[in-house]
Design a protein around this ligand. Structure first.
Ligand code: C2E
Ligand code: CA
Ligand code: CA
Ligand code: CA
Length: 264
């Protein structure tokens, strides 16, 4: 067995153990409305502090989990944890914004996903309109009747849908018409060099105008500077997310953040 396979088996075994022993955490990164300056959402991002190897980034562990059924177990842990955190903030007398959960395309296609998702929310008294599902463009690669059904069920159930990492993979305009997305998230690779990079500036403007003409709102991710923020605001982008406003925060910090009711 080569070392890559060996490594991925190790990560898999340890991740299973981590789920059981609460070594996993979620951080939350706020999303800000550019018109009002209000926090209108927060994205749940997985964090794993390994006792020996230190912090293992989701970009490493998610692909390993996707190679087996582990992504289903991990995905359910994430959904439950989000519900617990929402309940905790509610108990503290706060009004948490809509929480975005990243859903892996493999997880979405797993057996009975819609029912299990809504079952978890119901059992924890979280309504679907409090949750937004972020699905990467990868999903468009798998187009099938079962995925079409999953999307129409999401809408019937009342979930908010966001097409994540827009522009990096399989984006085609017809997909935006075909699926009921409420938001597209412009990938940070287009945002990084704004406003100087003229190609990125043109692409960003085009995505915003196309999405708006289809009634879809736009979130730009990875916004780090005031100049990027200004460009996006001037060009009618709806929301921003990124280190310029806030880094991903632990649930305790997110709670403090919600108490402060920040304005941009
Ligand atoms: P993503 O969904 O595109 O998430 C955005 C990533 O950009 C996050 O990295 C976030 O920490 C980072 N980021 C946010 N603002 C800035 C910024 O201003 N500058 C820079 N340079 N980076 C910024 P993270 O947390 O390492 O996650 C990486 C990817 O792993 C995510 O990309 C997502 O695809 C995946 N992921 C993370 N958490 C989960 C999860 O709970 N479930 C699933 N299925 N995937 C997850
Ligand atoms: Ca995301
Ligand atoms: Ca993204
Ligand atoms: Ca991204």
């Amino acid at each position: 067995m080569n070392t890559v396979e060996q490594d991925s088996i190790d990560i898999e075994a340890e991740l299973n153990f981590a789920i059981d022993t609460s070594a996993l955490h979620l951080h939350y990164q706020p999303t800000v409305d550019l018109q009002t300056g209000l926090v209108v959402g927060a994205e749940a991002l997985l964090r794993w502090q390994h006792p020996i190897h230190g912090r293992i980034p989701p970009a490493v562990l998610i692909p390993v989990a996707e190679k087996s059924d582990l992504i289903v177990r991990l995905g359910e842990w994430i959904i439950k944890q989000v519900c617990k955190d929402i309940a905790h903030w509610n108990m503290a007398g706060l009004t948490p914004p809509c929480i975005a959960i990243n859903i892996s395309p493999i997880q979405l296609q797993s057996n009975d996903f819609n029912n299990r998702l809504s079952g978890i929310l119901e059992s924890m008294t979280v309504t679907p309109d409090k949750v937004s599902l972020e699905i990467t463009e990868q999903i468009l690669m798998y187009r099938s009747d079962s995925i079409d059904k999953a999307f129409s069920d999401f809408k019937k159930q009342g979930f908010i849908l966001a097409l994540d990492d827009f522009g990096t993979g399989y984006s085609a305009l017809s997909y935006l018409k075909h699926y009921p997305f409420d938001y597209v998230k412009i990938d940070q690779s287009f945002v990084q060099e704004l406003p100087h990079n003229l190609d990125d500036a043109s692409i960003t403007r085009a995505v915003i105008s196309m999405a708006h003409s289809l009634g879809i709102k736009v979130i730009a991710e990875g916004v780090e500077t005031e100049a990027q923020c200004k460009f996006l605001s001037d060009n009618m982008c709806d929301q921003i997310q990124g280190h310029f406003f806030a880094k991903p925060l632990s649930s305790e910090h997110m709670q403090l953040f919600l108490q402060e009711k920040p304005f941009l």
